[in-house]
Design a protein around this ligand. Sequence first.
Ligand SMILES: [Zn+2]
Length: 475
Amino acid sequence: MTLPRRSRPLVLAAICTSAAFLSTASAGTLPPPADQQLARELLKQLIGINTTHAHGSTDAAKLIQARLIQGGFAAADVIFIAPPEHPHKGNVIVRYRGKRAAAKPVLFLGHLDVVEARPEDWSVDPFALTEKDGYFYGRGTVDMKNGDAALAASLLRLKRDRFVPERDVIIAFTADEEAGGDANGPAFLLREHRELIDAALVINLDGAGGNLKDGVPLYFEIGTSEKTYLTYTAETTSPGGHGSLPGPDNAIYRLAAALGRLAAYKFPVMLTATTRASFDALAKLEPGPASTDMHAVAQSPPDLAAAERLSQNVRNNALLRTTCVATLISGGHAENALPQRSRATIQCRMMPGDTESNVQAQLIRVLDDAAVRLSLDAQPIVSPESAPTPQITKTVADLAHSMWPGVPLVPSMATGFSDDRQTRNAGIPSYDVSGVWMDVNENRAHGRDERIGVKAFDESVEFTYRLIKTMGREQ
Ligand SMILES: [Zn+2]
């Protein structure tokens, strides 16, 4: 996922913790030693393969394919596939066949690519798994080779256990999720080979998970939606001329003034089924003024004054409205010449349910200058919300409680995008579910010294095993 991995309201200062759901690495939450070892070995191998854009994901896909066939999967059920024009952007699709071929399968997603990591910026080698101080370090340890290793290890364990699901379970290990890719796996597969991955439901391990504060578990997320990525270019021109003869018409000033108006603007508050449920749930967790505001915002209509107070926090603000921000700017062509052109990039994250035309209309109104030409850089991949249905919520809650009794389940909307947008856009309800617990203040995805707790990894492997089994059994 492009940052941030989890968009949790960051005002969870004081927490009411009931001892009931304190998580300790009890025997019940760890995989059998041999499977724990297998998962760690797979993680080590995957971290050791550089799958940044330039390198691609083919080597990692081939590794998983070989391990699964060695582990007893039929070659026909473990398909390696890459776009002909991008052979290094490989995907591997595994089909774990169920009793009822007619039942629509469940699809699990895990992307194999990682963002860049400059070794000189890290304290350890980003492309070699390092265990230190109770953590595994390496590029992809939380985004998301940990999930890929957990999926592959669970498949091998299920095969060894001779587990037969009710419906087919498909696991797609894919290419190019991270921003800037040219061969996104799910998009390619949905476009060219939908029969390989078509499903009733998608479970994506690239998001959600458990939230800790100072080691104490707060709540467990199920990701149901994400904001839509939308980028515009705003451009102004002016006649230019000799730098010693400045006049009133200046492309840079004009654009700067318009951007100043955008900086002061806030899109209207907008709640979705997920954010309403999320604020409502977090209000119960959070004693104090923020709790009152969260509760008030979750009402219909939402209390706008409460929303403004909550919006003082950038994450809450991003959860409450569409946002647009200037991220790049350029202007002028010579130091001693008046500018003829100025250009800015306006990067928006649109709430589910909002529309591109609505966002564009508001931008034009706010920039408030007919001389500012606004153009959409690319058609957005709109990501409709996958409703947090009682069935999926109960399934995930029961599963989480089988390992971490009593932990509150909170639906969440991500402010960053993921491959869910591809599958949701293709009409398949898609949910982020991961067994990784992480501290609310720890977010090293895409950053330096990316890491995952050793205990957190081991527990997530056990959780993933149970998740596949549970989703495979669903009718
Ligand atoms: Zn990711």
